[in-house]
Design a protein around this ligand. Structure first.
Ligand code: OGA
Ligand code: FE
Length: 280
């Protein structure tokens, strides 16, 4: 159950195509690099649905990580150059840690990667490309299995102890040039997504296989975005939660082509950061 009809009817929206997973008997598999010969880069057949994507702003005070699975926060970063990895680690990581602690009350935050994206017309996304591309495919970065697995991979010595407490994986996503008009990020109210619509999928890296969720379409899904998102705003996205008490665990998201984008809009530039969040 998401927002009630009368509430959602009061919000403005754009209509855009969102690429879901076409149901198939084959396990979805996508390579992040040139696949072995004869293998497709991905066996996922997109299932595009033209859907309303509602303006978050009127309800941003009330949306929360534990209900909808995402939150919109204001935070001004001191980072001068988001294309400088050293500066990101020295300046943005500690800012992000403070932000996540304030938003969740967590005891410990472990930041394990970041991705800077800049859209280039016609470019394909590939890890290792200097310019990573927006991901126009509905997904969740982690699953019930790969969430705890990331803790074991990244903090092996303490994993078993940490996994006794509540563990979340939360992404922080923001434009690095704003207001963002091109290829915004849409987020789905996790309460409107059912377990049988989340399909465990392999994401094959050169040295490991990650598990993500692809998502099957359901007309109940409610989608949101932040129109003209600024560099002083950040979206927090829940990509895993060990809690199974009704709090949201997985918030699907995807980039989309906004039909209202002006032709001369600068291409999207964004950064997302992935964090393990621990509660005692
Ligand atoms: C993410 C994500 C895609 C994009 O932040 O997890 O899926 O287009 N980003 O920015
Ligand atoms: Fe993602």
């Amino acid at each position: 159950m998401g927002l009630q009809n009368e509430k959602i009817a009061a919000l403005s929206f754009v209509t855009a195509d969102l690429n879901y997973l076409t149901p198939s008997v084959d396990r979805p598999r996508t390579y992040t690099f040139e696949p072995p010969s004869g293998q497709p880069k991905s066996n996922i057949v997109p299932d595009a649905h033209s859907l309303p994507i509602y303006d978050i702003r009127l309800i941003s005070e009330t949306v929360s990580l534990d209900r909808e699975g995402f939150a919109l926060v204001r935070q001004t970063s001191s980072v001068k150059d988001f294309y400088n990895d050293d500066e990101i680690k020295a300046v943005y990581y500690p800012e992000a840690e403070r932000l996540i602690k304030a938003a969740t009350g967590a005891d410990r935050v472990f930041i394990f990667d970041h991705t800077v994206r800049k859209r280039v017309e016609g470019a394909e996304d590939r890890a290792g490309n200097l310019l990573r591309q927006p991901v126009a495919r509905v997904h969740v970065d982690h699953t019930a299995k790969s969430g705890p697995q990331r803790v074991r991979d990244l903090i092996p010595d303490e994993a078993e102890e940490l996994l006794k407490g509540r563990v979340q994986i939360i992404n922080i996503w923001r434009p690095i040039r704003g207001p963002l008009l091109d290829s915004p990020l849409a987020v789905c109210d996790a309460r409107t997504v059912h377990a049988n619509e989340l399909v465990a999928s392999d994401l094959v890296y050169p040295n490991r296989v990650g598990e993500t969720y692809s998502v099957k379409y359901n007309p109940e899904h409610q989608w949101f975005y932040v129109p003209r998102m600024t560099v002083d705003e950040a979206l927090l996205l829940k990509c895993y939660d060990s809690a199974t008490d009704g709090r949201s665990r997985f918030a699907p998201h995807t980039a989309f082509a906004d039909p209202t984008t002006p032709a001369d809009a600068p291409p999207r530039e964004s950064i997302e950061l992935r964090t393990l969040v621990f509660h005692k």
